[in-house]
Design a protein around this ligand. Structure first.
Ligand SMILES: NC(=O)C1=CN([C@@H]2O[C@H](COP(=O)(O)OP(=O)(O)OC[C@H]3O[C@@H](n4cnc5c(N)ncnc54)[C@H](OP(=O)(O)O)[C@@H]3O)[C@@H](O)[C@H]2O)C=CC1
Ligand SMILES: CC(=O)N[C@@H](CCC(=O)OP(=O)(O)O)C(=O)O
Length: 348
């Protein structure tokens, strides 16, 4: 039997922490060594998450109380933005790190400062981080010490659009991304505006033309295009717990249609366990990925000539966060990529 991979989860009492624990419980090499929390430090996992009571895990502790990291191989960091960078900068060199926050995703430090309200506290470390959309950066992830796990909104559009832009099948400028997310995307800390009475039976756009995932999406599309690209991105909050659906309006280049775009994606993602391309003319539902690490992509020809409408879905807590983080850990340690992720979606 191979040695266990000893894992620390910083911010284990949040939504993505819980999801990591659920997935890693099915991973035959994973051993939970350290779990941290802030307000919930000192509690057992069973007290914080009764649904995970049977998982073998240490009690949750405050990060400052962790003085010995020698029994840890990899850290999943599930802390809020900005809190993360100083914590990661202080971790010993021997640790591999998958950061689920936004702190290390933007390669341009000025762009980071513009969108996240101030200069980065660990700019040298930021330069070493690899943006970890697994299917599109495997060799870099395999060699990385620090992986910046992508944001939940950018993941679907990045997977759907980057291969189409790279191959010249669609126009990179002027893409419109209309995104809809479940409320768990906002994390566990109760906030006004996210209470049941304010979210149920309604839907609203937010961060219109100003959401901090715009630069992350544009970073991905620009890389694919080899030049700066701007996109229109509007997120909406949906009265559901999990899931992100993105509707993308793209202009196809001469002769290309939905079938052409899907054929390109099918070739690009052939053999990929988690990215699935649907038959032309069909579109996925968030319920088709709930609880799984899947990203489904469909496309339909618009009635406007030359325009194609693509739709992607993921579970924001799995492929949009904890699942992709486990996938990245598997790549970093040379393990089968599906370890800990072989869960089919829940339906209904
Ligand atoms: N939710 C999602 O769908 C996604 C989230 N992310 C990102 O992942 C990270 C975690 O998200 P999520 O799990 O939803 O967040 P939650 O708010 O649910 O959890 C945050 C965790 O961090 C701990 N924490 C909060 N403040 C501090 C602090 N100052 N010092 C130490 N620990 C602290 C909390 O502890 P305690 O409970 O004890 O207060 C909790 O364990 C965030 O950066 C988020 O943006 C990324 C992709 C998707
Ligand atoms: C519904 C909701 O509030 N979603 C979050 C995005 C969550 C996410 O995954 O992104 P980060 O890791 O960058 O936080 C938001 O709009 O800020």
């Amino acid at each position: 039997m191979s040695d266990p991979i000893r894992i620390a989860i910083l911010g284990a009492s949040g939504y993505t922490g819980a999801e990591l624990i659920r997935l890693l419980d099915t991973h035959d090499r994973a051993e939970l060594a350290i779990l941290t929390a802030d307000r919930r430090a000192g509690q057992t996992l069973a007290a914080v998450f009764p649904h995970l009571a049977s998982v073998k895990a240490p009690p949750l502790v405050a990060i400052d109380d962790v003085t010995d990291w020698s029994g840890v191989d990899v850290v999943f960091c599930c802390l809020p933005h900005a809190t993360t960078q100083a914590v990661i900068a202080g971790l010993p060199e021997h640790l591999k790190i998958v950061d689920l926050s936004a702190d290390f995703r933007l390669a341009d430090t000025e762009e980071y400062a513009r969108w996240y309200g101030g200069p980065h506290k660990a700019p040298e470390l930021q330069k070493t981080a690899v943006y970890g959309l697994t299917e599109l950066a495997r060799p870099e992830i395999a060699a990385a010490r620090l992986v910046a796990n992508p944001g939940c909104y950018p993941t679907g559009p990045h997977l759907a659009l980057a291969p189409l832009i790279e191959s010249g099948l669609i126009e990179p400028d002027g893409i419109i991304i209309d995104a809809k997310s479940g409320v768990s995307g906002a994390g566990r800390a109760a906030k006004e505006g996210l209470l049941h009475g304010e979210v149920s039976e309604g839907i609203h756009a937010y961060g219109v033309a100003s959401h901090r995932h715009s630069p992350e999406i544009e970073q991905a599309l620009s890389k694919a295009a080899g030049r700066t690209v701007r996109a229109s991105f509007t997120p909406h909050l949906m009265p559901m717990n999990r899931g992100i659906l993105c509707t993308m309006y793209v202009q196809a280049h001469a002769g290309a249609d939905a079938a052409t775009l899907l054929a390109k994606l099918a070739v690009r993602y052939q053999g990929e366990p988690f990215v699935k391309v649907l038959p032309t003319g069909t579109t996925p539902h968030t319920r088709h990925v709930r609880g799984s690490n899947l990203c489904l992509i469909g496309a339909v020809d618009d009635r406007v000539p030359g325009r194609v409408i693509l739709v992607s879905v993921i579970d924001n807590l799995v492929k949009g966060a904890a699942g992709q983080a486990v996938q990245n850990m598997n790549v970093m340690f040379g393990l089968p990529e599906t370890a800990g992720l072989a869960l089919q979606p829940m339906f209904p």
